[in-house]
Design a protein around this ligand. Structure first.
Ligand SMILES: *Cc1c(COP(=O)(O)O)cnc(C)c1O
Length: 480
């Protein structure tokens, strides 16, 4: 069994094993004609259930054959140009190489004595990111598992910064289309059930600063404490960017922490053409970025950045077995002092490899392409009488719904759109997402694949219309 441990004597075994796995995936990439096979839960459950986990095969090739059956054949493939659903990107090769290296070396980024250069690489990338944002010389941050964790940590710092005794008095202001992790964070941070004040958005799904001003004023009048404003730079559904300069102004006025959730919009930090769309982000106290959304990085790769490094002390705890206090005076760089996690992946290496091979412009170019594709897609949808499209995209999502000429009942239109999404998924021809707008069901394209073309968009729209029409036709038959 020792032959399975990765060490000096098993280098050849490691090389063969990983190469076999890479071969399978490479063959798969070349062969996938659709983003999904349409496999059902019922079909997949028994295939996985019947595997006896206490009866190992002792043969990597056989296990890879089995993996084909239980996973690879029916996985959802984000690299396919007709995967248009969630905020998942195709990944760049330098990052995947980084992933292979980091898991084999297996550095843990909690302490210097578990990572050495890894810690310094992560720190360089944090500095690189804060410089791109423009957070100033005192900025810092740390890699996290994702935007959810980044938002939680940012709000923890804001809570501590508010120096308030009564958690029930704290209020967080976020737009009605902000990410649900804001509410989850409030709960985890022990705030009251009314802690998150939902601020209305304008027609373009951007937070209304007038409404924010009103809510902040109300908060003050009620003797409550405005703990933080969460501005979203790229809402999950619409890609809309809240008016950052106006919000920053209000945060200054009310002495409130400004957190910018740029989990999605952070791709603009590398953009060659659209960087100005996130102007004002440099005024944040903290920022969430998800490299695994718009920097074409594999899951997970994310960071929380702060304007004032000293605020990270709220996440600092010392333990004799890990990071004793004396190490601070000895200037030993222990990233655990800044993180909610302890043992932590060296995700930063993926971004490092990406920047060293492709450069930031390479990433920015890819993100600009998908933003432009979304603009073209908007043109197609707006000109197509079969569809109603919600907002002109600032980033790369399109929210729309099929509206049949002959049907006016909104509930029936809802059902037709839901059916079309399900039928499309079951066919595996394309994968699209869905959401609700004004209480009605809509469909969503999240365009993060520069390989997707307007021809793909047109084809998928036709497929959606076809499925919806089929549903409505059968619905008529049922009625008569
Ligand atoms: C995706 C997203 C998050 C959560 O990020 P995860 O990496 O999925 O945890 C937070 N905020 C916004 C705006 C997002 O789009």
């Amino acid at each position: 069994m020792r032959s399975h441990l990765l060490n000096d004597t098993t280098a050849e075994q490691y090389r063969r094993s990983v190469t076999d796995g890479v071969e399978r995936v490479a063959a798969k990439l070349a062969a996938t004609k659709r983003p999904f096979t349409g496999v059902t839960v019922d079909a997949l459950v028994p295939r996985i259930e019947r595997i006896d986990l206490d009866a190992p095969l002792h043969d990597t090739a056989a296990v890879l054959d089995e993996l084909e059956e239980v996973y690879l054949r029916d996985a959802v493939y984000f690299h396919h140009p007709r995967y248009l659903a969630h905020l998942n990107c195709p990944v760049v090769i330098p990052a995947v190489l980084g992933e292979a290296v980091l898991s084999a070396v297996n550095s843990s980024l909690d302490t210097w004595d578990q990572s050495a250069g890894g810690t310094l690489i992560e720190r360089r990338l944090i500095d690189w990111t804060t410089a791109r944002i423009g957070l100033g010389p005192a900025a810092d941050g740390v890699f996290t598992s994702g935007g959810t964790q980044s938002n939680l940590q940012a709000l923890l710092l804001a809570r501590e910064d508010s120096k308030t005794e009564s958690l029930a008095d704290l209020r967080i202001f976020a737009s009605e289309v902000s990410h649900f992790s804001v509410k989850k964070s409030a709960k985890l941070l022990g705030l009251g059930p009314d802690a998150v004040v939902s601020v209305p958005v304008d027609r373009d799904k951007r937070m209304q600063t007038v409404a924010l001003a009103r809510e902040l004023e109300r908060c003050r009048k009620d003797g409550l404490v405005p703990m933080a404003v969460v501005a979203t730079a790229g809402t999950t559904d619409f890609g809309s960017i809240d008016p950052l300069p106006g919000i920053a102004e209000l945060c200054g006025q009310y002495d409130t922490w400004l957190h910018v959730d740029a989990a999605y919009g952070c791709g603009l930090l590398a953009s060659l053409r659209y960087r100005d769309r996130i102007e004002g982000i440099e005024r944040a106290d903290s920022v969430t970025v998800d490299y695994h959304k718009s920097f074409f990085q594999p899951v997970s790769s994310s960071a929380v950045l702060v304007r004032d490094a000293s605020t990270l002390r709220h996440a600092t705890y010392h333990a004799e077995y890990l990071n004793p206090r004396r190490m601070v005076t000895e200037r030993i760089p222990n990233q655990v002092d800044k993180s909610l996690q302890t043992t932590r992946r060296f995700d930063a290496l993926k971004l490092w490899m990406t920047l060293r091979v492709m450069g930031a412009d390479g990433i920015g170019e890819l993100f600009d392409e998908v933003c432009e594709l979304a603009a073209e897609g908007f043109g197609l949808l707006a000109a197509d009488p079969r569809f109603d499209v919600v907002v002109e995209p600032t980033l790369s999502t399109l929210v729309f719904r099929y509206i049949p000429a002959a049907v006016t009942d909104p509930a029936e239109i809802d059902r037709a759109n839901l059916y079309a999404r399900g039928a499309l998924f079951a066919s595996g021809d394309a994968v699209v997402a869905g959401t609700k707008v004004g209480g009605r069901h809509y469909l969503k394209f999240t365009l993060l694949n520069p390989e997707t073309t307007t021809a793909d968009i047109t084809a998928v729209l036709d497929l959606i219309a076809g499925h919806a029409e089929q549903y409505l036709g059968e619905s008529l038959d049922r009625a008569s």
